[in-house]
Design a protein around this ligand. Structure first.
Ligand SMILES: Cc1ncc(C[n+]2csc(CCOP(=O)(O)OP(=O)(O)O)c2C)c(N)n1
Length: 656
């Protein structure tokens, strides 16, 4: 039998097994963890570069902390793969991010070692502080560690947490994992400040060297040291960089090399004994140890499956995405309209704004992971006649809801929200699904909300949005577009007008966005079994084309709404409310995301699970019509059990 390539990792069943390893074994374990991570992620895809960057940091934390008591909160959590491998989930690791598999993020329901569920950035300090306060109130003793990246440190919530830590002075360690990268290169003044700290290394060494030298002075070293501690502030000013954190009430350590395992362990042992807020600044390299990821950390931040030897993507066939069409169209429009400016919260590539940034660098703003600021910043720009377009993922827009209501909509400001990744996003799972936008957007007065059924309609929506004098949101899904030809000169859409795409007598689908294609496919399937289903593309979720919907509803007596948004307060709920008021008696079936958090997997697997594939819709509609048919017959004519098709049309018309 050949020797295992991962002899040490093979022995790790739980975090305590890491604590018993010596430094040489830890070093070897670091290699093995890298190998395992790269191999698995090359097959299934995932957040490779962030996890490779924290191999040594994770090992050092595991070897110093007692994780049966102590807690680590991983900010964003996309760098927690090594943590997962060391906490009893190695066997499931190949299922990471797959349907039914383990999550790509920490989850409290997945492991007792996942102290806090994450996915969105900048939450770790607040959560860790909450734990530290609970610990003290309960008279318990354990260490709480927040690990936050320099990218996540651009998020306002991180400062709210730091600010509160400085006041409460709890025993809490914040590890700042500084790789100078967000997904893209990090931005902002704090990032510049961290760079200055990085460029002035040796400070920690200097502090230690002074301490050690003093201790060696016989008879008086320790008393001098104590005296120095008493005048700590002045010593700090002399020896310690990181005054920003010191002034916020933290003891700052660093910056230290986050790949120097002995130094990490030694430093962590030292800070472990301090029972106060400590910020340890470690410098790491994103993608460390896998050359393609080191060369291109942005691509390998979150990657699809790739060829291990080269780092080349396994799937090469490129199909145009909604994101790309948005980005390209915006560039074309901005060429003609100098008022257009584009804003992203740390996702220039993900939101398709990279071409805009290249072409109009002075009109492009990456504000960091700061969605709230992004929206109010846009509002400010709009007050002065600019036309800001905030490109943002649906899930992250949740962060900025008050800014949307209070700063943009209340003031009727013409800010365009390009809401990407609406609906189910796939492998990132419940932290990242855009499951709520129609509900939360439609609730706000004065906003126009649209969702395209194909990429040409997206172009027209963008033109429409930029022609309006108030706030607009266009929400579109992750992934490839339909494949219709793009428009050379997209024209604005008539606001509030839906489109009847297919006439039908038995039932009418009222669908929105990408669900329109599914409704059309389902209508074709239903036709094959004798059910004549019409399809309306609502186009606008707000203002909704009430007349069009009501006409079709009263004609067929049966409406099926279809949306990739939660059923709760969503598009279907609006249609149902409309029908209840203006066409009572029309039966309405709402096909939407369920009122639970949907898991992870390929998008289609998930849509299958929630019954939003064309086939699932067909089945549901057929069964529903059957039920209605019999109920309707009883009500309308007293006869039993009439089924779907032409007969239900009679029943439907009758029951109106
Ligand atoms: C609120 C929010 N906005 C945007 C994102 C998308 N996002 C995921 S990771 C990341 C960059 C994080 O950078 P950093 O914290 O430095 O970690 P690194 O990946 O460099 O290890 C961003 C912008 C997010 N997860 N949460």
């Amino acid at each position: 039998m050949s020797a295992s390539a991962t002899p040490i990792l093979d022995r790790i069943r739980a975090p305590k097994d890491v604590r018993s390893l010596d430094m040489a074994q830890l070093q070897q374990l670091a290699q093995e963890l890298r190998m395992e991570t790269v191999e698995v992620i090359s097959q299934v895809g995932g957040h490779l570069a962030p996890s490779l960057g924290v191999v040594e940091l994770t090992l050092a934390l595991f070897s110093v902390l007692d994780l049966d008591r102590d807690k680590i909160v991983w900010d964003v959590g996309h760098q927690s793969y090594v943590h997962k491998l060391l906490t009893g989930r190695r066997a499931q690791f190949p299922t990471i991010r797959q349907y039914g598999g383990i999550s790509g993020f920490p989850r409290r329901d997945e492991s007792p070692y996942d102290a806090f569920g994450t996915g969105h950035a900048s939450t770790s300090i607040s959560a860790a502080l909450g734990m530290a306060v609970a610990r003290d109130l309960q008279g318990q003793h354990y260490k709480v560690v927040a690990v936050i990246g320099d990218g996540a440190l651009t998020g306002g919530m991180a400062y709210e947490g730091l600010n509160n830590c400085g006041q409460l002075q709890k025993d809490l360690l914040v590890v700042l994992n500084d790789n100078a990268m967000s997904i893209a290169p990090n931005v902002g003044a704090v990032s510049r400040y961290l760079t200055r700290l990085r460029l002035a290394p040796g400070a920690l060494r200097a502090k230690r060297d002074v301490k050690q030298a003093l201790r060696r002075i016989p008879g008086m070293g320790n008393s001098v040291l104590r005296a120095i501690e008493r005048v700590k502030d002045s010593v700090k000013y002399l020896l310690v960089p990181g005054m920003l954190f010191e002034e916020l009430g933290f003891t700052y350590y660093g910056p230290i090399d986050g790949h120097d395992l002995p130094l990490l362990v030694e430093t962590l042992k030292e800070v472990y004994t301090l029972h106060q807020p400590v910020l340890l600044h470690v410098v790491t390299k994103k993608g460390r140890g896998y050359p393609p990821a080191e060369r291109n950390p942005e691509y390998f931040h979150g990657t699809s499956p790739f060829v291990l030897a080269t780092g080349e993507p396994k799937e090469n066939g490129h199909t145009v995405t909604y994101t790309e069409v948005f980005g390209k169209t915006l560039v074309q429009l901005a060429e003609k309209d100098p008022r257009i400016v584009a804003i992203t919260a740390a996702m220039p590539d993900g939101t398709g704004l990279a071409p805009f940034a290249r072409q109009f660098p002075e009109r492009f703003f990456d504000v960091g992971i700061a969605e709230q600021h992004a929206l109010t910043f846009a509002a400010g720009l709009a007050t002065q006649g600019m036309r800001p377009v905030v490109a943002i993922y649906s899930t992250f827009l949740q962060r900025a809801y008050d800014q949307l209501i209070h700063d943009i909509c209340l003031q009727k400001l013409p800010v365009v929200l390009a809401v990407d990744r609406a609906g189910l996003v796939g492998h990132d799972g419940p932290t990242h699904h855009g499951a709520f936008d129609l509900s939360y957007l439609d609730a706000v007065p004065g906003i126009t909300v649209m969702s395209p059924r194909d990429e040409a309609q997206l172009q027209r929506m963008l033109v429409t949005a930029l022609s309006l004098e108030g706030p607009v949101a266009i929400r579109y899904p992750r992934g490839k577009a339909v494949g219709v030809p793009l428009l050379q000169d997209p024209q604005p859409l008539p606001v509030g007008q839906g489109e009847l795409l297919r006439d039908g007598e038995d039932v009418v689908f009222v669908a929105i966005g990408p669900m329109v294609q599914r409704a059309l496919a389902s209508a074709s399937e239903l036709a094959a079994s004798g059910i004549d289903a019409g399809v309306i593309d609502a186009v606008f979720a707000k203002p909704m084309d009430e007349q069009l919907i009501l006409r079709a509803a009263t004609r067929t007596g049966r409406v099926v709404t279809v949306e990739d948004n939660t059923a709760m307060g969503g598009f279907g709920a609006q249609v149902a409310a409309l029908l209840a008021q203006k066409a009572p008696g029309v039966a309405c079936l709402i096909a939407a995301l369920p009122d639970r958090f949907v898991g992870q997997g390929r998008q289609e697997e998930l849509y299958q699970e929630v019954g939003l594939t064309p086939q699932a819709l067909t089945e549901r509609v057929r069964r529903w019509l059957e039920r209605l048919g019999s109920a309707g017959c009883r009500q309308a004519s007293g006869s039993e059990g009439k089924s779907v098709g032409k007969e239900t049309r009679r029943v439907g018309a009758h029951s109106l």
